[in-house]
Design a protein around this ligand. Structure first.
Ligand SMILES: *Cc1c(COP(=O)(O)O)cnc(C)c1O
Length: 373
């Protein structure tokens, strides 16, 4: 690492968060650790390896590619692809023993045929829409669809699930989704269609609605802790830090400006540090003139626009800061802390976007080390 920008991932804190989840769910409830999009930018292999050692029940990924990537890396846990995949790729689910989300009959039929050919029964999870309005048929219109899949001999209806759009903000809507899901499962049960796993809770759903646990939960954000959770979730820890270093410092005279757009103009003499991080690293341009960073024991504001590979920071009259000093963009130093959710607030986005867009080119250091394998 010559250009000084790096990510530190605290695997002890990940362990803490995982054990916290185990503590708030009942013994019979399984955990699908959502590790989609490179484990929300934390790096999928080390995160999955740690979770595997902690005894995770299943991995949730965004794409078949990620599932195959985990299989090729040697992971033996069940893997559920949390999206729809074109039926022309169905063979890979069978080949790599990956659990498919089923939202179409054609896909299920193709999978059934492929499974039959090699004499296996392949597990699938049916996704029904109770209000997310993304994938899956509306639950009230799903009955026939599910009945037809039930009749496919080489498909095992292992799971049924749904998803919450407003678990964090609308108690009534989320409550009605849980109720609808429950009623639908019972309706199916009355017709002798049952599922080993029934699940609907993402992180906030899991924290706020014990009734939503059923017998499987799908936490993502709570594993990574990119924000402060209220109530039960208040002990969740952030696991990621984004760091860089000061690579240049100069004295600005009043009237001198920093960065593209000249949106920062010094009102008085000040020291401006150039720091080696930019929007190409996933430090959003929309943080321009808004974000703070931590150097040594204090917060310092950005001076002007974020560049592709650089930001400028106003040090005021802090002469004790030098080239080579660490700069914390996300993370903690003593009592000071910047969370992914702080960057999200400043950039007017959500912590999920901040974390998942951290460039995969950035070196990630995992502590404590995962060696020996
Ligand atoms: C991403 C995702 C999750 C995890 O969501 P968090 O809010 O990070 O806990 C769960 N279920 C589905 C279907 C998802 O796409």
């Amino acid at each position: 690492m010559i250009r000084p920008v790096w990510i530190e991932v605290d695997l002890k804190a990940l362990e803490h968060n995982f054990k916290f989840i185990r503590k708030i769910i009942k013994n019979n409830v399984k955990i699908v650790a959502t590790v989609k999009q490179s484990a929300y930018g934390h790096g999928i292999i080390p995160i999955a390896r740690k979770l595997s050692r902690l005894g995770v029940d299943c991995f949730g990924v965004a794409s078949l590619e990620e599932a195959i990537f985990l299989r090729d890396a040697g992971f033996k846990e069940p893997i559920l692809v949390l999206s729809a995949v074109f039926e022309s790729y169905a063979e890979y689910f069978v080949k790599y023993k990956v659990t498919a989300t089923v939202v179409s009959l054609d896909f299920a039929r193709r999978l059934d045929k492929l499974a039959k050919k090699i004499g296996v029964v392949h597990p699938v999870h049916i996704y029904v829409d109770t209000g997310m309005g993304r994938l899956g048929h509306y639950y009230k219109d799903s009955f026939e669809f599910i009945e037809k899949i039930k009749n496919l001999k080489n498909i095992f209806l292992e799971g049924i699930y749904t998803h919450f759009p407003v678990a964090d903000s609308d108690l009534n809507f989320t409550g009605s989704q849980i109720k609808a899901f429950n009623e639908f499962i019972n309706l199916l049960k009355n017709k002798a269609i049952t599922f080993k796993y029934r699940h609907c809770a993402n992180s906030i759903g899991m924290l706020n609605y014990p009734k939503a646990h059923f017998n499987m939960v799908r936490p993502g954000l709570v594993l990574y802790g990119g924000m402060k959770f209220k109530g039960v979730g208040s002990s969740v820890l952030p696991i990621l830090s984004l760091k860089s270093k000061v690579i240049f410092i100069k004295r600005f005279k009043p009237g001198m400006s920093a960065s593209y757009g000249r949106n920062f103009v010094a009102k008085k003499a000040t020291l401006i540090a150039t720091v080696s991080v930019g929007y190409a690293d996933g430090y959003p341009w929309s943080l321009s003139n808004k974000a703070k960073v931590i150097i040594k024991d204090a917060f310092f504001p950005l001076a002007g626009n974020v560049c592709m590979d650089h930001i400028m920071v106003d040090l005021g009259n802090r002469r004790d800061i030098s080239v080579g000093d660490d700069v914390i963009l996300i993370g903690k130093s003593g009592k000071l802390e910047i969370m992914a959710s702080d960057l999200a607030d400043w950039a007017q986005t959500i912590p999920y976007e901040i974390m998942s867009r951290l460039s995969l080119k950035i070196q990630r250091d995992y502590k404590p080390s995962l060696l020996p394998y």
